[in-house]
Design a protein around this ligand. Structure first.
Ligand code: ZN
Ligand code: FE
Length: 239
């Protein structure tokens, strides 16, 4: 199984998860259809599934057009059935979603929105975290509480450390400035920032990160309790 990173809109990432044996693919959070179609064109890849982490337009914007063109199936959180366009399959917390050779555990991780989920492809050690966990950051609280977000991040923190993190946006460099400002002695973070800048210079994504890197460098994952997490979240909003 291979993951192709498709840049969308300003700074969104959509991901194609391709099973190379069958050439069947899932797309995670298609912000818009055109870049996905462009990638698929002339390749014999059969787009069968759309996986949505949450209902925001920059994560579901391509659902309708892709479904119309490829007749694919839209998978999203049960609680968001009225706000994910074209939703077909309703999934819930702790469930395993399994189709063809794809198998992912679903985590309900509210905070950014009340219905946000992550798709954990545990055999491949890859997790798609949408706008909940970013590299070196976490999502804004649009609908949920500090406590929900704190608990959601804690769920992700329990996964194996070599899990690859695929998030919804290229925010890594901006996020790194906030981490450095609040964690100036972190040598590991400084090393990571050098790599991040090198990638961006070559116009390459900074994704995937790893859980190991995030545990060591992401100030939001380093927050030891709800109070310090909440304080950081407030500071970041005004940074
Ligand atoms: Zn969002
Ligand atoms: Fe987003």
């Amino acid at each position: 199984m291979r993951v192709e990173i498709i840049k969308c809109l300003q700074d969104n990432f959509s991901y194609l998860i391709i099973d190379e044996k069958t050439m069947i693919a899932c797309v995670v959070d298609p912000s818009e259809a055109t870049p996905i179609i462009k990638f698929l064109e002339n390749k014999k890849i059969n787009l069968k599934y759309i996986l949505n982490t949450h209902h925001h337009y920059d994560h579901v914007g391509g659902n309708t057009e892709l479904k119309k063109k490829y007749n694919c199936c839209v998978i999203g959180f049960k609680g968001d059935k009225d706000r994910i366009p074209e939703i077909d399959i309703l999934i819930e917390d702790d469930q395993i979603w399994k189709k063809d050779n794809f198998e992912a555990k679903i985590y309900h991780i509210p905070g950014h929105t009340t219905g946000h989920i992550a798709f954990h492809f545990f055999k491949e050690k890859k997790i798609f975290t949408g706008d909940t966990l970013f590299s070196l950051g976490c999502g804004r609280l649009f609908e949920g509480t500090y406590e929900q977000m704190f608990n959601s991040l804690n769920k992700i923190k329990q996964l194996p450390k070599d899990t690859e993190i695929y998030c919804g946006h290229e925010y890594t460099l901006q996020n790194s400035n906030f981490c450095v400002a609040n964690d100036p002695e972190n040598f590991k973070l400084k090393e990571k920032i050098i790599k991040i800048k090198n990638n961006l210079k070559k116009n390459l994504p900074t994704i995937p990160s790893t859980l190991q890197d995030e545990l060591e460098c992401n100030i939001f994952l380093k927050a030891k309790d709800l109070k310090s997490f909440s304080k950081l979240r407030d500071l970041k909003d005004n940074f």
